[in-house]
Write a protein that binds this ligand. Structure first.
Ligand SMILES: Cc1cc2nc3c(=O)[nH]c(=O)nc-3n(C[C@H](O)[C@H](O)[C@H](O)COP(=O)(O)OP(=O)(O)OC[C@H]3O[C@@H](n4cnc5c(N)ncnc54)[C@H](O)[C@@H]3O)c2cc1C
Length: 380
C-alpha cells in the first residue's frame, strides 16, 4: 500500500527552508512554509554556491535559472591587505558543476518561484511562536498541524527551543556586508588578509562587487544581530591597510554590521514530528562559504529520507546520521580558516610564503584540498 500524502510545515523561508520546500514538494508532499518577514528579500549581499550545493540545485531542476542569475567563479586570490599585493592565485574552474557567485535575492527568488510552481504554499508575515513535538505549529495568527515540522528558522531558531539546547553566543567577530559598483571586476574571489581582520570581495551580476569584512573584537552591544553601520567605522577598522584596498572599502556607502553568533552543533536534530536543518541545527562561521551550502544539502537529504522511510522517526534518524559528521567537518574547516586569515608576525610571513609556492606549483591545490567538501554528492 502506498504512503498517504505527507503534510510538511516549514518554519522559515531562507535558503534552507525554501530548498526543503521544493525538495519535499518534488517528492509528493503537501508543503506549507511560514515566514515571519512580510516579503522575501535578502538585500545587499552575495552568496557563494560551491559545487556540492550546486549539485542539489541542479537535481531540483534549477540549473538553467542558476546559470542565468550567477557568475561562474574563475579563481580565488589571497591578498596581503597591508601591502595591497596578491599573495598567490588559485584556479576554481576545474570542478563541475561550477563554483558560482549569486546575489542572495536572486537565489531566494529562484527557489521561491520553483517552490510555488511545485504547489508549495508560502505564507509571509507569519511569525512562529512555538512548535510542539506532536507537529503543532503556533503562529501569531493561529495553529497548524503537520505530519512533519521542519525548523529552518536560522541561528535564533524558535523551533530549536523545543530541544532545550544552548543559546547562540557571540563569537568575538563582527562582519560588515555591502555592495559597490564595479562593472570591470574579474570573476575572482579576493581574500584580503590582515592581522585579526579580513575582507572577501567577489563580483555579482549587474556590475556589482560584494564586500564582506570581518574584524575580531570583544564589544557587541547592538540590540539585534545586524544593523546599518556608519561607513567610517568600516574604513577605520582597516585604516592601516594599502591604498588600493582602502579605495574599495571607501565605496561601501551603507554597510550592515552583523555580530557573528554560533552555538554548538545540536546533539539531536529531531523530536517527535519536528526536525531541524541549516543554521537552526549547526551555524558556522562564514569563512568557508558553507552555511547555506550545508543547509541546501540538509534539505535535499531530509526530504529524501522522509520519502523513503516508513516512519518519520526512522527518516529523521537516518537524516541526522547522514549529515552530522559532514557538517561538523565543514564547521571545523571554517574555524581553521578564521585563524589562518587573521595571522600576524612570523606565522603570517611563513604562511604567505607557503601559499605563494603552492599557488605557483599547484594552482588547483586550493580546490583539490577541499575535494572532500566540493566533490560530495548528496543527490546520488
Ligand atoms: C557575512 C556572511 C556571509 C556568508 N556567506 C556565505 C556564502 O558565501 N555561502 C554560504 O553557503 N553561506 C554563507 N553564509 C552563511 C549563510 O548565510 C547561512 O548559513 C544561511 O543563510 C543559513 O540558511 P538557513 O535557511 O538555515 O537560515 P536563514 O538564512 O537564517 O533563514 C531563516 C529564515 O527563517 C525566518 N524565521 C526566523 N525565525 C522565524 C519565526 N519564528 N517564524 C517564522 N520565520 C522565522 C527568517 O526570517 C529567515 O527567513 C554567510 C553568512 C554571513 C553572516
Amino acid at each position: 500500500m502506498s504512503k498517504p500524502r505527507q503534510t510538511v510545515a516549514i518554519v522559515g523561508a531562507g535558503i534552507g527552508g525554501l530548498t526543503a520546500a521544493l525538495a519535499f514538494a518534488r517528492n509528493g508532499a503537501e508543503v506549507f512554509v511560514l515566514e515571519q518577514a512580510s516579503e522575501l528579500k535578502e538585500i545587499g549581499a552575495g552568496i557563494q554556491i560551491t559545487p556540492n550545493g550546486a549539485r542539489v540545485l541542479n537535481a531540483l531542476g534549477l540549473a538553467d535559472d542558476c546559470a542565468a542569475e550567477s557568475i561562474v567563479a574563475q579563481g580565488v586570490q589571497p591578498m596581503d591587505a597591508i601591502t595591497g599585493q596578491p599573495v598567490t592565485r588559485f584556479d576554481l574552474t576545474t570542478k563541475s558543476p561550477a563554483y558560482r557567485f549569486f546575489h542572495r535575492a536572486s537565489l531566494v527568488t529562484i527557489l521561491a518561484d520553483a517552490a510555488k510552481k511545485a504547489g508549495v504554499h508560502i505564507s509571509l508575515g507569519q511569525r512562529v511562536c512555538a512548535v510542539t513535538a506532536d507537529g503543532t505549529v503556533v503562529t501569531d495568527a493561529g495553529t497548524l498541524h503537520a505530519d512533519i515540522v521542519v525548523g529552518a528558522d536560522g541561528i535564533h531558531s524558535v523551533t530549536r527551543d523545543l530541544f532545550a539546547g544552548p543559546k547562540a553566543e557571540f563569537t568575538g567577530q563582527v562582519a560588515w556586508r555591502g555592495v559597490i559598483v564595479a562593472p570591470d571586476a574579474p570573476a575572482i574571489a579576493h581574500i584580503w588578509m590582515a592581522p585579526k581582520r579580513h575582507v572577501v570581495t567577489y563580483p555579482l551580476k549587474g556590475g556589482l562587487l560584494n564586500v564582506v569584512a570581518v574584524q575580531e573584537r570583544t564589544d557587541w552591544a547592538a540590540e539585534g544581530w545586524d544593523h546599518m553601520d556608519d561607513p567610517t567605522n568600516l574604513q577605520s577598522a582597516f585604516s592601516d591597510c594599502a591604498p588600493n584596498f582602502q579605495e574599495i572599502l571607501a565605496q561601501v556607502e551603507t554597510p550592515s554590521l552583523w555580530g557573528l553568533f554560533r552555538h554548538p552543533v545540536a546533539q539531536v536534530w529531531s523530536k517527535g514530528r519536528v526536525v531541524l536543518l541549516g543554521d537552526a541545527a549547526h551555524p558556522t562561521l562564514p569563512f568557508l562559504a558553507q552555511g547555506a551550502n550545508m543547509a541546501i544539502e540538509d534539505a535535499f537529504v531530509l526530504a529524501h529520507c522522509c520519502a523513503a522511510h516508513a516512519s518519520v522517526q526512522s527518516a529523521f534518524r537516518h537524516y541526522q546520521q547522514l549529515r552530522r559528521d559532514r557538517v561538523i567537518r565543514a564547521i571545523s574547516a571554517a574555524n581553521a580558516n578564521a585563524k589562518n586569515y587573521h595571522l600576524s608576525g612570523l606565522k603570517r610571513s611563513v604562511t604567505f610564503a607557503g601559499l605563494k609556492t603552492l599557488g605557483a606549483v599547484a594552482p588547483s591545490a586550493f580546490i583539490n584540498r577541499l575535494s572532500w567538501l566540493y566533490d560530495y554528492d548528496v543527490t546520488r
